[in-house]
Each structure stands twice: as structure tokens, then as C-alpha cells.
Design a protein around this ligand. Structure first.
Ligand SMILES: Cc1cc2nc3c(=O)[nH]c(=O)nc-3n(C[C@H](O)[C@H](O)[C@H](O)COP(=O)(O)O)c2cc1C
Length: 166
């Protein structure tokens, strides 16, 4: 919701990112002044994404409750899937461990293993709250077409009716 502050502060096109996976999200971002959107989790659950199908299936099944915000204590906050490894990272940091004690757990190489093998507990892997909005694994073409169509419909019908006297 701080998109308008960004738009006011810069003179370049603004791309909104975070939590957007539907046409409603696109329409909302445009209403807030953004020129476009970037989607991470939505495209991770696309047919073309080069990750194991178990990852995509997990995104479809998961809700907004299935993530962990880790590494805040070491000034490197990031959100990822809630799993055995991210639970362990949280627990160690809450107990006062130093970064060195969690470094082997959060290593990017372990996260890549998840994407390559489909072992969802192999490491920490990035995913957003927007997974709660994702119910299918479509091709990128189908996704973009659907999201744009939804946004157009919301803007031209729902929002138009709100400002047009009946
Ligand atoms: C597979 C994947 C990789 C990501 N890699 C990065 C990254 O390297 N740097 C970064 O700042 N954010 C990264 N992100 C976070 C996204 O930029 C975004 O902030 C986050 O996923 C929330 O948006 P979403 O709801 O569209 O996923 C990544 C997200 C995903 C799903």
C-alpha cells in the first residue's frame, strides 16, 4: 500500500511486487499508481518454471500460513516456505545463535536442492504469501492472459459500476 509514496518519489516507471498473483492484484497495483507488476510465486507455479513438480504442487496446496520469516535477527530478513529447515533456523535464532550456527541451513545450495529434487525439506526455499491465491499450475501464456483479463473485467465492470450513477 506504499506504492503511491514510491510513485511520488521517483520519475521512472514503478513495478509493484509482493503478494500479487491475480487480476485483482494487478488492478489494485495499477490503481495505486504502479505501471506494472512483478510476480515471483505465481510464476514459480507455472508449467515453464524449471523446478520440480512437487514444489509447484506444494504452492497450490499451501496457504498464507505456510511460510516463515527468517533471519530478522541477523539483519537479512527473508520469507520462505515453512518446513523443517526454516523452523529450525527460527528456533536457533530465537535461542540466540549467531549467523555461523545457521549458515549451513540457509545455504543457497540446499535451497536449490529443493527445486531440483522436489524434497521440500531439503533446505530453505523462497515463496511468498501469495501462494494462498494460487490454485493451479498453468502455462505462462495462460496465466498472463487470465490475469490481464481479470484485471480488465474488474476495472471495466466492478469499478466502473462503483463510480457510474445508476
Ligand atoms: C523463486 C524465487 C526467487 C526469489 N529470489 C529473490 C531474489 O533473489 N532477491 C529478492 O530480493 N527477492 C527474491 N524473491 C522475492 C520476490 O522478489 C518477492 O518479493 C516475493 O516473492 C513476494 O512476491 P510474490 O508474492 O510475487 O512471490 C524471490 C521469489 C521467488 C519466488
Amino acid at each position: 500500500m506504499l506504492i503511491p509514496a514510491t510513485v511520488a518519489a521517483v520519475s521512472v516507471p514503478v513495478i509493484a511486487c509482493g503478494g500479487i498473483a491475480t487480476g485483482a492484484g494487478l488492478a489494485a497495483a495499477l490503481a495505486l499508481g504502479a505501471d506494472g507488476v512483478s510476480m515471483g510465486t505465481r510464476f514459480l507455479a507455472s508449467q515453464e518454471a524449471p523446478v520440480h513438480s512437487y514444489v509447484k504442487r506444494r504452492i497450490v496446496e499451501a496457504t498464507e500460513l505456510d511460510t516463515n520469516l527468517i533471519m530478522r535477527q541477523v539483519n537479512n530478513t527473508s520469507r520462505g516456505a515453512r518446513n523443517i529447515v526454516s523452523d529450525e533456523v527460527l528456533s536457533r535464532l530465537r535461542a540466540g545463535c549467531a549467523f555461523a550456527d545457521i549458515q549451513p541451513l540457509v545455504a543457497g545450495a540446499r535451497g536449490r536442492t529443493v527445486f531440483e529434487t522436489g524434497d521440500l525439506d531439503a533446505g530453505v526455499w523462497t515463496v511468498g504469501l501469495s501462494q494462498s491465491l494460487i490454485d493451479d499450475v498453468l502455462s505462462v501464456a495462460e496465466l498472463v492472459h487470465r490475469i490481464v483479463s481479470q484485471a480488465e473485467s474488474i476495472i471495466s465492470t466492478r469499478l466502473r459500476e462503483m463510480v457510474t450513477p445508476t
